[in-house]
Design a protein around this ligand. Sequence first.
Ligand code: 13P
Length: 253
Amino acid sequence: MRQMMVAGNWKMHGSVAFTADMVTTLATKVAVKEGVTLLVCPPAVYLSQAVAVATQSGIHIGAQNLASIAAPGAYTGEVAGFMLSDIGCQYVIVGHSERRALYGETNDVVAQKTKVALDSGLTPLICVGETLDQREAGQAEAVIAAQLDAVSAVIGVDGWEQSIVAYEPVWAIGTGRTASPEQAQEIHAFIRSRLAALDINMAASMKILYGGSVKPDNAALIFSQPDVDGGLIGGAALNADDFSRIYACAQPK
Ligand code: 13P
């Protein structure tokens, strides 16, 4: 049986008051289920606070980014993987399309960050996905294959065994235009087959989350697809009621 996960990516939203309110509300509102991890990823400055508020609640806390360099040093403004572990963070998003598009993160940088995350004891959520132009040019699978293969070259099967994949079609992020359940399933199956070429057991147990305009009214259908193991939620994760309703749609497969 595969585990599921519902993860909230707050992106650059929040405050001390919002973090306290959201994590407390989720802790009281959501009955965390066996086999369905509930993950919240606030901005870096609120991580310690979120970890403290989430104590004993069953809610896990993750970061949205980490430095590509592992050792301490003269890297002004960066946050290291070992620092995230140090404050009790367990997960980190890597290669989100916003970081790829706005901050120039290449497939190689994403692969390096994934390795640093693993070496720091963090579980990376590795984001992949195509733009609308790429999809319309029939390149979605080739783009995603290149994104996955760059990571494979650096972390190998052992690394993948400790990782999670998130398929986030760029055209579906924040647009209200979600992939259809069939489109999501098609790419999720492709991702699993690409990983199966490395190791069939690793691929069979890989959690592959879908992200892109997941809302309470479309989550159940998307999550019911055979290769969709939960969601990475943006906008709807900023509303405790919506996020807990999305979580309720996830059942272990
Ligand atoms: P939305 O749910 O707002 O489309 O964002 C998805 C996302 O990018 C999560 O990382």
